[in-house]
Design a protein. Structure first.
Length: 391
């Protein structure tokens, strides 16, 4: 699939890397594969539930038909297979879709149950055959179509179920001594159903993977800064809004940091814009290293300014983090001969340290951090200044 505007996406995006490297064997890199697993289950869960209920209903209808048409020596084992094996297997899969721990393994559980159902139908055909009852084998074609297109199984699971059911049918008919011409015809039709199913299922899964990557890229485009891969300002504001409310509810302190690269215009003028871009990426890398707890976040505020939020952090800890950041950037040892602050690229940091209150908007923290940053610049740059809110 050709996607437009890929140059705007952060080039380190895992979605972009996967898109460029491709996935011909329907396999992503490990992390991406796990994310796709969750996405696929989310997208198909409701459909799978309905498909299973429809399958249970149809199986019930077939059982009714069997009860009305079959002699008792065939009817009893056949109805038992339908209602005692196939329907419970379908219901077991349906039940597992409501349990988070089991949903993670839906392909495995669904595949296992589908295979048991497929073998159950082979056993039904075999039972009818053993009693010379003319039950059409074509029911197996319906089962195979169900595996590939309704059960929510992905290519591998559906193909394993489809082809094992085919082999089971072939073995059963060989055991029952079916004439070769009839067997060849039946197997040919069953194999054709499997080939059509496998190819269709492959393309469906391929398209689903493409959609997943396209959505990921779109999200990266909307939320991430194309140069540094950090969140962009809009995403940061949205995120802060939520963290702010949570901190206000729990009455825990947050620290908002404004971070500015010192004399960056001079750096650009001296080394050129692309060297400036590289320097910004490296600074961003240091910042990202220090916001790794789940509720901490750093973002590119715009230009050579960054912003970060640290949730439920002590004043001592945030002072240490700020010092680590300052030292971390200094220790990148990116020469900056035009800087009045040092011989290397450095940052100034303004920290707002406060416990949010419901009536105070989160912009207040950014304003306070800005004031602190101004002071850090005034005091000679390459340093951090912390301001507490006095309400
Ligand atoms: N290379 C590069 N430069 C950028 C980017 N965004 C903004 N800039 C540059 O960053 C510079 C910011 O300059 P100023 O706002 O004057 O700040 P400064 O030179 O860092 O001065 P102080 O902040 O006072 O230390 C400008 O030259 C912008 O062109 C970018 O994405 N890449």
């Amino acid at each position: 699939m050709k996607l437009p505007h890929l140059d705007w996406v952060n080039q380190d995006s895992p979605y972009l890397r996967q898109h460029k490297d491709g996935f011909r064997l329907l396999r992503f890199y490990a992390d991406m594969e796990r994310a796709f697993d969750r996405y696929h289950t989310d997208v198909y869960l409701i459909r799978i539930r309905w498909a299973l209920l429809v399958a249970v209903f149809l199986m019930g209808m077939f059982a009714l038909l069997d009860a009305l048409t079959m002699p008792s020596e065939v009817r009893n084992p056949v109805v038992l297979l339908r209602l005692g094996l196939i329907v419970p297997m379908l219901l077991l899969t349906w039940w597992s879709t409501y349990h988070e721990r089991l949903v993670k393994h839906l392909q495995l559980i669904g595949g296992f149950c589908a295979l048991a159902a497929g073998l159950g139908v082979v056993a039904i055909v075999g039972t009818a055959r053993a009693h010379d009852f003319p039950l059409p084998y074509e029911g197996l074609i319906l089962v195979i179509v169900f595996f590939y297109f309704l059960a929510g199984l992905r290519f591998v699971a559906a193909s394993v179920c489809g082809w094992l059911t085919f082999l089971a049918y072939l073995s059963m008919e060989l055991l029952m001594g079916m004439p070769a011409e009839t067997l060849i015809f039946n197997c040919f039709f069953l194999a054709t159903a499997n080939v059509i199913g496998s190819v269709g299922c492959y393309f469906l899964e391929y398209a689903s993977r493409e959609n997943f990557l396209a959505q990921g890229l779109l999200q990266d485009l909307a939320e991430k800064d194309g140069l540094t891969g950090l969140l962009n300002r809009r995403a940061f504001n949205e995120y802060t809004e939520r963290s702010w409310r949570q901190a206000s509810r729990e009455q825990v302190p947050v620290a908002v940091m404004m971070i500015d690269v010192d004399f960056f215009k001079r750096y650009n003028d001296h080394f050129g814009h692309s060297a400036g871009d590289e320097a910004l990426k490296k600074v961003a890398g240091v910042l990202a290293e220090h916001a790794k707890r789940p509720l901490d976040v750093v973002a590119r505020y715009g230009g050579e300014e960054f912003i970060g939020l640290w949730f439920n952090v002590s004043e001592m800890a945030i002072r240490e983090i700020a010092e680590d950041l300052r030292r971390g950037v200094e220790q990148l040892h990116m020469a900056h001969p035009q800087s009045d602050a040092a011989q290397v690229v450095t940052i100034s940091i303004g920290i707002a340290y406060l416990t949010p209150r419901p009536h105070i908007p989160n912009e207040e923290a950014q304003r306070l951090a800005d004031v602190a940053l101004y002071l850090a610049k005034e005091n000679g740059r390459n340093q951090a200044v912390l301001k507490r809110h006095g309400y």
